[in-house]
Write a protein that binds this ligand. Structure first.
Ligand code: GRF
Length: 202
């Protein structure tokens, strides 16, 4: 059984999807710990309600990343819960140090665009404003550059004439909730390998 850790800052709908997937499919993974940098994230309540260890770890002064000492605390909590794969689910800070070193090639993220288009914040809004006809979401391994590690899975959605940023994000999230649990399942089944920038799925 692969033990995953989930880090989330926001509303936690991807965590919800992962929890529901585990309940429904009993795959070869479970959640060992949930951590948030936001004390008000519903992800923390969700974890607690499911009996999953959950932690609010204050992020420190920096706004866009975890300060080194604090990143180490995150690492300790994950290791203390025997986490083997770290899943970022709307975690709004860049990882720089000990998490990347400790979980090398064992951190995944979900991003709301078809990478490498529209990395960064509010990718769905960027896509709408740019005028693309299709967007979607991407699961990828996390490396030192933001939103640029090897791509695992992608799902496509159309951009409709009447779309607002919110309606497009909503459509993208439906796909996120499908490909993220599936990505984790494939990793748990050891069906995912990385060679250079390419990821092979067996
Ligand atoms: C998602 O759109 C995800 O792609 C991005 O942050 C958002 C998190 O949503 N990385 P939620 O908190 O899981 O609902």
């Amino acid at each position: 059984m692969l033990k995953i850790g989930v880090m989330a800052s926001g509303k936690g709908s991807n965590l919800r999807a992962i929890i529901d997937f585990i309940k429904e499919h009993k795959p070869g993974f479970n959640i060992g710990a949930v951590i948030s940098d936001n004390p008000d994230s519903p992800a923390l309540d969700m974890a607690e309600a499911e009996g999953i260890s959950s932690y609010y770890i204050p992020p420190g002064e920096a706004e866009t990343f975890l300060e080194p000492g604090i990143e180490e605390k995150y690492t300790e909590v994950l290791l203390g819960n025997r986490v083997e794969l770290l899943c970022l689910a709307g975690f709004m800070r860049i990882l720089k140090g000990s998490l990347l070193e400790t979980f090398e090639n064992r951190i995944v993220n979900i991003h709301p665009s078809l990478l490498p288009s529209f990395p960064g914040l509010e990718a769905w809004k960027q896509a709408l404003e740019y005028g693309v006809r299709f967007s979607g979401c991407t699961t990828h391994f996390v490396n030192r550059e933001m939103d640029s590690g090897p791509i695992i899975m992608q799902a496509v959605v159309p951009v409709l004439e009447k779309d607002s940023a919110e309606s497009l994000h909503k459509r993208i999230q439906v796909k996120e909730h499908f490909i993220y649990p599936l990505t984790i399942k494939l990793i748990a089944e050891k069906r995912v390998s990385i060679s250079g920038r390419r990821v092979h799925l067996d």
